[in-house]
Design a protein around this ligand. Sequence first.
Ligand code: NAD
Length: 546
Amino acid sequence: MSLPARRFPVLRTLSCKSFHTSASTKALGALAQPKAEQISKNWKGTSATGGSTKNFIGGEFVESKSAEWIDVHDPSTQTVLTRVPQTTDSEFKEAVDAASQAFKTWSRTSVLTRQRFVFELQHLLRQNADDIAHSIVLEQGKTLADAHGDLLRGLQVAETAAAVTSTLLGDKIEVSKDMDTYVRKVPLGVCASIAPFNFPAMIPLWTIPMAAVTGNTLILKPSERDPGAAMIIAELCQKAGLPPGVLNVVHGGVPTVNAICDDPAIRAISFVGGDKAGKHIYDRGTQNGKRVQANMGAKNHAILMPDANKNLAINSIIGAAFGAAGQRCMAISVAVIVGDTSVWLPTLIERAQALQVNGGFEKGADIGPLISPFAKDRVTSLIASAEKDGGKILLDGRNVKTPEKYPYGNFVGPTIIQGGTNMQCYQQEIFGPALVVLQADTLDDAIEIINNNKYGNGAAIFTQSGATARRFETEVNAGQLGINVPIPVPLPMFAWSGNKGSVLGDIGFYGKSGINFYTQNKTTTSLWKAEDAVGNRASVNMPTHH
Ligand code: NAD
């Protein structure tokens, strides 16, 4: 069976009379409408009521002159919230020029000034958390509580970035009498950040504070599917005192990405998204001499041992498999049951079935819609492929009852598929609310399954045995491990540490790695002879460092 290839949202030209599609005649839900109006009223860079998303260049929110625009739909109702420009070549050039100019002064501001910016930013992010979360629910579809979590995990990066006065400390040693060598971590220059749709606040916040606090300037390209949170964050950066040009936001799809990869003024690219784009950006960026970090797709396994705390394990797996409708790169998408599956499956199915599928603003909603009708088609096709591959669909989310208020939503319910590693739905990242259940006879077999998988973002084990947990963490080859913890993404004092096919590039996001990614070492060796202070004889001997 062949699945449809990943498609870009339809670009519309302004001359196209059908710009307002039939979808745009659909209305937002009653809970969403006032929030959408509030966002359009409060923020310069975005709209949630059918207006447009602006470029942010040199400290100004400017309407693009583009002839090509991309509609952003509410995934619960298909209402058009905003249209995003395919930023033009000359606008892109202006953004890079603004960032290059700003670098000259921003890179020379004191580290305390840059630290003060992140202090102020974290405060403003908290103060404006509701608007950011509302924008995420509207454009991305996740539930309100989950949208706040999206922001919080980014905000924690800003908070950790405030430690820059310690993390930038360099090494120094007297290598010879009166001769010192010391290292300074200096900024790279203009950097770029390309974000995916699934964490519209968190991912821009993985890069903005880290790039700025280390003295770089940044071109951000949010996902063209949900740029609203990034635009609010950009305005908050300005309010937090970030000078014009230090952060610029441009929009669009492949043309903007390629312009980023090719522009000689851009020194480094941070990418988070799918495998195809990640590989393309890594290859093209590094061929052009840039530093590139690329976080990509995943297939995260959780091993269920017979001795596990059943209640904790089942609730953890359900949350991690179906939360955010499975659209998380650290979602648990595979449960590997060691031993007797009948101990686990009935409760797993029963609790998954109890999750409420609904619009993200609705009280009690557990699972919102997928990002687009295309994503829904792709996920349901992958579920359908399971039976052809010999799998058994134990819980079928394709038949989920569509919430009455949201007949046009891209909803798929929790799905549980039992089968083997040959299934297409095991081999591909589903990125939907679908959990594949495999069975293994022993812990070793379960670990082997994980190690044979091409991805390596994360893995978890549920057990009451320290020895079993120890064996798991020693033997398993994945980068972020959880022991009785389902989504083991470390807090940002640590760096992102996904491995194997889930990453390209050697330097991880945030933490100490983030500082290293956004700086280069400059060493100076200086000689200030103490005896010269009183004007003594010159030495003609070869320096030997003794
Ligand atoms: P995506 O690859 O479609 O898009 C990501 C970005 O790349 C967007 O800004 C998009 O405009 C651009 N892009 C898309 N296709 C491109 C192409 N062919 N050439 C150049 N640029 C292109 O990803 P998505 O659907 O927005 O996000 C979901 C994916 O992101 C999943 O695979 C998920 O696992 C991954 N993800 C990974 C992490 C991580 O840290 N490992 C975190 C979040 C999401």
